[in-house]
Design a protein around this ligand. Structure first.
Ligand SMILES: [Zn+2]
Length: 181
């Protein structure tokens, strides 16, 4: 968890202004994950945060990148690349699939997104780059984030013959209770 944030901070070259803005954006990202809504509260703050986030990661914030960032860096939907394309295209019909794919790869490379392989032949993108687990609702296909501390895994270090760099738990099942909407 900490490690990913350290990487982000190192990437900003310790420039205090950039760091502060990065820390602010990280804090605001975290705030959003605590809310129930799929999107950030106001478009104005999303717009600022998206451009800030890109700059803080050494990415030139072009209009197309900002449009993609505004969705994919602030959603908890764990979208596939094609879903990102469909979402972005709804507002910007001219945007190409290649642009979306290249931008997603760039965001992954720069540490803004993580690729998650949660189902066979399916890669989804996750703006939460801290360590966390996933729960897949088999009825809806929806992927939920589960905080790291909610699940305890032991003895990972003592698996013979393997050096573990990373792990997570992918749970499958059904979300309980009536949908409260
Ligand atoms: Zn996730």
């Amino acid at each position: 968890m900490r490690r990913h944030f350290d990487v982000l901070l190192r990437g900003s070259k310790n420039e205090s202004i950039r760091q502060q803005s990065l820390i602010r954006t990280i804090e605001s990202r975290e705030r959003i994950f605590l809310t129930k809504s799929k999107f950030r509260p106001s478009l104005a703050s999303v717009k600022t945060d998206a451009a800030d986030l890109l700059r803080a990661h050494g990415i030139q914030p072009s209009a197309q990148r900002i449009v993609i960032a505004r969705y994919v860096l602030f959603t908890d939907e764990h979208p596939s690349a094609d879903k990102v394309w469909a979402r972005v295209r709804a507002g910007f019909p001219m945007i190409s699939r290649a642009t979306v794919y290249n931008t997603l790869n760039l965001f992954v490379e720069k540490g803004l997104l993580r690729e998650q392989h949660l189902a066979p032949d399916s890669i989804v993108f996750d703006p939460r780059t801290d360590a966390h687990h996933h729960f897949v609702d088999e009825a809806s296909g929806r992927i939920y984030d589960i905080d790291w501390g909610k699940v305890r895994v032991s003895n990972v270090e003592s698996i013979d013959g393997f050096e573990v760099h990373d792990y997570q738990v992918v749970m499958r099942g059904r979300k309980k209770g009536p949908a409260k909407r």
